[in-house]
Write a protein that binds this ligand. Structure first.
Ligand SMILES: [Fe+2]
Ligand SMILES: [Fe+2]
Length: 156
């Protein structure tokens, strides 16, 4: 799904201070799915979420972009034993939110999106449609990243 001009402008406006934040930039150093960094993964989820929100005019798009960018703002490589936190799948939304609060203003809606993005693992679903959009896009992007990675391995 391609973004139109006004969506690109909105994304650039909302993401500017996040994508230039020195702590956030550290996400470039941590591998997520396949060879994709957490930084690139979060941008992909945010862009897909923005495109997916077209059919939901009531969604607060600024909060959607912010929360999608911050949903995996944990600063460690979960593949490395010694860095990975116990119960990473359950705990990383809380760690991401804690890191997000230290660097940025986070609204209750954005908090809710970040904390519940691992549904159904976290059992309690998000409160708003924006939360469901991030859950959906996170899983789609994750699958694309994993299949791309294993596709490359098979080609070799
Ligand atoms: Fe996550
Ligand atoms: Fe994610």
């Amino acid at each position: 799904m391609r973004l139109n001009r006004s969506e690109i402008d909105l994304f650039n406006k909302v993401s500017a201070n996040i994508l230039s934040n020195p702590e956030y930039l550290k996400l470039k150093n941590f591998r997520h799915h396949g060879k994709i960094s957490i930084y690139d993964h979060c941008i992909a989820v945010a862009l897909n979420a923005l495109a997916s929100s077209r059919s939901h005019p009531s969604v607060n798009k600024e909060s959607l972009i912010k929360a999608a960018l911050l949903h995996d703002f944990f600063l460690y490589d979960w593949h490395v034993i010694g860095q990975r936190k116990r119960l990473h799948g359950f705990r990383h939304p809380y760690i991401a939110l804690e890191n997000a609060r230290k660097q940025f203003e986070v609204t209750p809606e954005e908090e809710n999106i970040i904390l519940h993005h691992m549904w159904p693992l976290c059992i309690i679903p998000p409160k708003k449609i924006s939360g469901w959009i991030v859950i959906y896009c996170d899983k789609i992007v994750c699958l694309q990243e994993i299949f791309h990675y294993y596709g490359q391995i098979v080609e070799i």
